[in-house]
Design a protein around this ligand. Structure first.
Ligand SMILES: [Zn+2]
Length: 474
């Protein structure tokens, strides 16, 4: 089966080229100047990409499909969430398998593999959340590395649930240093935050806005600093997830400038939403925007600083931390965000975004004049592929790479709304926002799975993607 994509502008993290792309079965086999070949004669299918961008499928290295959290589960299943990702031009996710405290690391990995198996619309891999750090779980890390899980996530937040103390973190980082794998860190001082939350509730402060106010900037910047220093002590690479405070990003930037292998990501919600306009909305509306780290104050300059950090490579990746919960009851999962009416600490943490990311970052970054087309591709596809051991199979358009290709129309203007999205959640975090640029056609390993407003894929199109070790070191 040969597919020719002709007449488009191919954009990678490096180049912008008027070129035709030839796909054979699942792989890109040739790229050439228009008119320099006669591929149309032998092609089974020809896609006209005139006037469009031909870009690599997006890679979202931070999603939580079906995640159990706070007495319910994230509303997107592997099936619905990966289908929504496809609609948004993302063709690979790296989700998080979970080791529950007291249970085995490998057992948790197997559990998540089973949940995803046969259900995904796009390719998927797993990072492993290590709930317990002990001799057994450290030994289990070797087993998972062999199975293509080469990154491990730890939490400095959520005492009693996922929390690791500094000694446990150091041991896991030593293991990562030994094995050439990557530690991902949720950097918030959970012990301090728990004190602030209890004090707020005692004062009768129960609205969603207090979620943000009890996780002040210093709880993120302190934990980020500590994570970086522990990584330095262990000689390990560390990747700070979902960064929202400029003071925390400054810690990453300082370490990178000193030559330490420290990396960081942010997410669309921190770039487009704010404490003032969203989290502090009247009544319970703010619950839609409850996530950790919290959405911060625009007036303090966090949004502008995050955009600048993406442009200057102080931050390397935009992921989503996709973890949706419905405002009204979910048909099968029941009450979600409303668990926290009258007690902000009971609001499930997370918001939807896996479908939004690639297009939003084009709109805010490229149309917004903050960085160029190449940087957009790098942030949303190429850098995650390199950091998480998928490059050059994924994350670029090159001969030999998987034919995960998006045809993107840079001119389409449209309005974001819950009415047009495909995520299994009853609100859009970006309701009413007018954006420019839209995904038109999506190929997953050569198969067209989205064509205009038609979904042509099916569950099980997506395969488990065993990952290599990271291929960037700064
Ligand atoms: Zn997360």
């Amino acid at each position: 089966m040969k597919t020719l994509i002709e007449g488009g502008t191919v954009i990678t993290a490096i180049d912008i080229t008027a070129a035709d792309v030839l796909v054979e079965d699942e792989t890109i086999v040739a790229i050439a100047a228009p008119g320099s070949h006669s591929w149309a004669d032998e092609a089974d299918k020809v896609i006209d990409a005139s006037g469009k961008y031909v870009i690599p499928g997006g890679i979202d290295p931070h999603t939580h499909m079906e995640l159990p959290f706070g007495g319910t589960s994230a509303s997107d299943s592997f099936e619905s969430g990966t289908r929504a990702a496809a609609w948004g031009g993302t063709t690979t996710i790296v989700d998080f398998a979970v080791q529950v405290k007291g249970e085995s690391l490998v057992g948790g990995f197997d559990d998540w593999m089973e949940r995803a198996e046969g259900n995904c619309a796009i390719d998927y891999g797993f990072h492993m959340i290590a709930g317990d750090i002990n001799d057994e779980s450290l030994a289990d890390m070797d087993v998972l590395i062999d199975r293509g899980c080469t990154s491990f996530k730890l939490f400095m937040a959520y005492p009693g649930v996922f929390y690791s103390d500094d000694g446990e973190i150091l041991r896991a980082m030593q293991k990562a240093a030994e094995t050439g794998t990557l530690i991902m860190m949720h950097a918030e001082n959970g012990m301090a935050i728990d004190v602030l939350r209890a004090q707020a509730l005692e004062r009768g402060e129960t609205d969603p806005v207090y979620h943000g106010l009890t996780r002040p900037v210093i709880t993120e910047s302190e934990a980020t600093h500590r994570a970086i220093k522990l990584a330095e002590l262990a000689g390990a690479h560390v990747y700070i997830v979902h960064m929202s405070a400029k003071e925390a990003v400054a810690e990453v930037a300082e370490a990178r400038d000193a030559g330490q292998p420290v990396f960081g990501e942010t997410c669309p919600q921190y770039l487009f939403l704010s404490h003032e306009d969203h989290l502090s909305k009247e009544g319970f509306e703010g619950a839609k925007y409850v996530c950790s780290t919290p959405i911060r104050k625009r007036a303090d300059g966090h949004q502008d600083a995050l955009w600048t950090s993406l442009a200057t490579n102080d931050l390397q990746v935009v992921s989503t931390d996709h973890c949706p919960f419905c405002m009204d009851d979910h048909p099968t999962l029941g009450t979600q965000k409303k668990l926290g009416i009258g007690d902000f600490t009971a609001i499930p943490n997370g918001l939807p975004g896996v479908e939004d990311r690639y297009q939003l970052i084009y709109h805010g970054g490229v149309v917004g004049g903050r960085f160029d087309l190449n940087r957009w591709i790098e942030l949303c596809a190429t850098a995650p592929a390199k950091l998480f051991g998928m490059y050059p199979k994924k994350g670029t358009i090159a001969v030999g790479s998987d034919a995960d290709i998006v045809i993107f129309d840079p001119g389409t203007e449209w309005t974001k709304s819950v009415d047009q999205h495909h995520m299994d959640v009853d609100y859009s975090a970006y309701e009413g926002m007018e954006v420019k640029g839209k995904v038109e056609t999506v190929l997953l390993r050569g198969k067209v799975i989205v064509d205009g407003d038609e979904y042509l894929g099916r569950k099980g199109d997506g395969a488990y993607l065993p990952r290599e070790r990271m291929s960037v070191h700064h």
